[in-house]
Write a new protein. Structure first.
Length: 164
């Protein structure tokens, strides 16, 4: 008796980055850029003396005149960090798991699964061993969309004897 055609492979699980963490990064970026702009509008003259009797004048001078030098670059860093975060996409299929543009991890390379933080924080850690090197891939339900489908796929792909 012949068996029918093999069922098609399960479609890959695509997990784009969640919006909440990126929104927080963008809020920090806007605050830093806004505070830097405010400091530019409130430039102060040099203090008369640099001693404890004139500490308020010194602090105002340093904050308002040197604040933009610190706050603008920090704001740009947070904005770029948010954009990079939003562009990350995790893809898991029958062959392996990994972020787009990076090396994929084959399911055979996964040697362990840490579920100690799964109940409270929705965090899974895949322990990976490739070429004698140990590594870890953290799957965070707060940072990834489509997390439930990803967990189902991870559970189905890992052998039952994988230590937790």
């Amino acid at each position: 008796m012949e068996e029918g055609p093999e069922p098609p492979p399960a479609p890959p699980v695509v997990c784009p980055a969640a919006k909440d963490p990126a929104v927080r990064l963008f809020i920090v970026a806007v605050l830093l850029l806004g505070f830097g702009a405010w400091c530019l509008t409130d430039l102060r003259p040099r203090p008369r003396a640099w001693d404890l009797d004139h500490i308020n004048e010194v602090a105002n001078y340093l904050l308002n005149n040197w604040g933009p030098v610190l706050f603008f670059p920090a704001g740009v860093v947070f904005a770029v960090w948010g954009v990079v975060f939003l562009r990350r996409t995790l893809v898991a299929d029958t062959d392996g798991i990994g972020y787009k543009g990076r090396d994929r991890i084959a399911w055979s390379d996964v040697k362990g699964l840490d579920t100690s933080q799964f109940a409270k924080k929705s965090i899974l850690k895949l322990q990976v061993e490739r070429g004698g090197e140990r590594d870890e891939l953290v799957l965070d339900g707060w940072k990834l969309q489509n997390f439930k489908a990803l967990v189902r796929l991870v559970e189905s792909k890992l052998p039952q004897e994988v230590p937790e």
